[in-house]
Design a protein around this ligand. Structure first.
Ligand code: HEM
Ligand SMILES: [Cu+2]
Length: 634
């Protein structure tokens, strides 16, 4: 390892076009062994490959982390549309049970007189959840923004394993194809919910979607999982090995910390899901009985030898999927931290506690999975431990929330579209977190488990939280990704309508959930309890809001495409931000930096009294920063 800041020297990649790109730091001496390696071995420096000229390798089978990130972004957004349409179909049925869906019912279900079969409703619920979680939120947060941002933010030229990175994107394609194809197989798409519980999932005679659709669902998830695993190995290695000189761990922006911890979560949790998926595949195809107890038969099917247990699946599934909910939110938390600091023009309040909170959430996330199984007949003592450990998660979550508020407190806040979405993230995450604590309390959860209260919770964290985080990230980094600005006014209108309709759609779910309206039922009006104007009226209100929410997204689509084509050209650093990605051109050249930058301090030096400008890029020393590096952990 070199003891000098590794200056990769001039490269044959195009120089940043903008004047305020990288400012190379002065060379200075450092204690030996303390400079994080910036990757390429010395001597490799002169040998930086130019971007491929062949468009097929430049834009399609690219190994450039920026292109791969953009590929993940576009794929995720397309699936966001598909998942959103499925959701509208669900809401249609809930508001007006069994009413014709405009244009659809007659062509799809002419044999049934235009009425949607209840099995189809189950497919909608299953595929909506599956697509949103595994094909939208995770790929966009980690695949798109993780890929695009990690190397840029730590001052690296690319990921540690660019080819593996390319494979991680292309391994999503079998998953994309399979999950869409599953609608077309005999029996249609899976109906067992995004949680895939046996025996509904594992006995192929239990429901039409379990005939073939479930097998394809399992295979699709296997591919998506392998893709995530490849990404996670890459992220961990890149962050540990390729940081620019001076980029100590505690100088990394929160986004990078969050991506790092998320990658660790994936690396430890995914193998468990992968095994469980394979076990269910074996149960379905070769007749093993991992999830089948002795002498069981369902819906008149053949008896199975058994010896396994359906609860085994629940344990394995939630051992992955509880950590996975943090995979779905930690990156957004990192993103929001950086955006709030930039637009409050203030240092992130409590940076180190934030880092430890992310780590704490991740560790605790591995010992709480049983809170999804309070109703499974577990020993109450075990239930109590899961209850307590779950409630502990509220602590680091609250630390983060107060730190976001502390960052904004007294700041000169710029209400950009990105900032508005970031603030909404904080507010909505608080509501989702609080409903989580209700559910963590076993006595309460016994009442609200499997009701619309759960659906309210997951949408406050996943739409109000993760999705608003994604919106914020799009508005914030679009100029860096595509070199053009998005329209701020349209962005604000999109935000205001989304925020309004989001709450209109999901808040009443708490209320109908408290009244015990069950989730995943095609027709709740079949129960006397819910067949009244109050409950049905609230469902209609939610559906109309959901349609508004869907329409509001057209503004984003329009703004995105129009800005891509004709947006105002972006400067290198349009938000006057400190982190490294803003110190190179927009969009960055193929190898990111003209020269590998030297880092002098954390990314949050805003409004320092001794400077006239209200920001100080990580590449520019303060007078006190004569050394770019105090210690590795500084
Ligand atoms: C303070 C933090 C949180 C607590 C205490 C909490 C607690 C819980 C509990 C106890 C359940 C199970 C309820 C039941 O099914 O009866 C649950 C479900 C769920 N939570 Fe959370 N949660 C928290 C944060 C989050 C976050 C941040 C996310 C995602 C970004 C999330 C996503 C989900 C999902 C998707 C489910 C439903 C799973 C299903 O059955 O389909 N939660 N949560
Ligand atoms: Cu959980």
């Amino acid at each position: 390892m070199s003891t000098e800041p590794q200056d990769h020297g001039p490269t044959d990649s195009p120089a940043p076009s903008s004047a305020d790109a990288v400012s190379p730091g002065p060379d200075s001496g450092h204690p030996p062994g303390l400079i994080p390696s910036s990757g390429h071995a010395p001597g490799h420096d002169e040998h930086i490959h130019p971007a491929p000229r062949n468009p097929l390798f430049r834009y399609v089978f690219s190994t450039d982390h920026k292109i791969i990130g953009i590929q993940f972004l576009f794929s995720g957004l397309i699936f966001f549309v598909i998942g959103g349409l499925l959701a509208l179909a669900i809401r249609w049925q809930l508001a007006w049970p069994w009413a014709d869906m405009p244009h659809l019912s007659d062509s799809l279900w002419s044999a049934q007189g235009g009425m949607m079969p209840p099995e189809f409703y189950n497919k909608l619920v299953t595929m909506h959840g599956t697509i949103m979680i595994f094909f939208v939120i995770i790929p966009i947060l980690t695949g798109a923004f993780g890929n695009f941002l990690i190397p840029l933010m730590i001052g690296a030229r690319d990921m540690a394993f660019p080819t593996l990175n390319m494979f991680s994107y292309w391994f999503m394609w079998p998953a994309f194809v399979l999950i869409l194809y599953s609608f077309a197989v005999p029996g249609g798409a899976s109906e067992a919910g995004w949680t895939g519980y046996p025996p509904l999932a594992s006995f192929f005679w239990s429901t039409p979607g379990s005939l073939n659709g479930q097998t394809i669902w399992l295979m699709a998830l296997l591919f998506a999982g392998v893709s995530s695993l490849m990404g996670s190995i890459n992220y961990i290695t890149t962050i540990l090995m390729l940081r620019a000189p001076g980029m100590t761990l505690f100088r990394m922006p929160m986004t990078v910390w969050a991506m790092f911890v998320t990658a660790l979560l994936q690396a430890f949790a995914l193998p468990v899901l992968t095994s469980a998926l394979i076990m269910q595949l074996l149960d379905r195809t070769v007749g093993t009985n991992f999830f089948t107890p002795l002498d069981w038969s369902v819906a008149g099917g053949p008896e199975r030898v058994g010896g396994g247990h359906p609860l085994l699946w629940q344990h394995l599934f939630w051992f992955y999927s509880h950590p996975a909910v943090y995979v779905m939110i930690l990156p957004a938390m990192g993103i929001v931290s950086d955006i709030i600091s930039t637009f409050s023009r203030k240092p992130l309040f409590g940076y180190k506690p934030m880092v430890f909170a992310v780590g704490g959430i991740a560790l605790l996330g591995f010992i709480v999975w049983g809170h999804h199984m309070f109703q499974s007949g577990m020993n109450p003592y075990l239930g109590a431990t899961f209850m307590l450990s779950t409630m502990l998660i509220a602590l680091p979550s609250a630390i983060k929330t107060f730190n976001w508020l502390g960052t904004m407190w007294g700041g000169s806040i710029h209400f950009t579209a990105a900032m508005l979405n970031a603030i909404a993230f904080v507010a909505m995450f608080v509501i989702g977190g609080l409903s989580g604590i209700f559910m963590a309390a076993t006595p309460t959860d016994i009442h609200i488990h499997d009701t619309y209260f759960i659906v309210a919770h997951i949408h406050y964290v996943l739409f109000g939280g993760s999705t608003f985080g994604i919106f914020a990230a799009i508005y914030y980094w679009f100029p860096k990704m595509f070199g053009r600005m998005m329209n701020e006014t349209l962005g604000k209108i999109h935000f205001a309508l989304s925020f309004l309709f989001f709450n209109g759609t999901f808040f009443p779910m708490h209320i109908v959930g408290m009244h015990a309206q069950p989730r995943r039922y095609a027709d709740y009006t079949g129960f006397e309890l819910f067949n009244n104007d109050a409950i049905i009226g609230m469902n209609q209100f939610m559906t109309i809001s959901a349609i508004g929410l869907g329409l509001a997204q057209l503004i984003l689509v329009y703004n995105f495409i129009a800005s891509l084509i004709a947006g105002r050209k972006a400067t290198a650093n349009p938000w006057y931000a400190n982190s490294l990605e803003w110190q190179t051109a927009s969009p960055p050249p193929h190898y990111n930096f003209d020269r590998i930058p030297t880092v002098y301090h954390p990314a949050y030096e805003y409004s320092l009294p001794e400077f006239e400008a209200d920001y100080l890029p990580q590449t520019e020393p303060r007078p006190s920063d004569s050394e770019p590096l105090d210690s590795v952990m500084a």
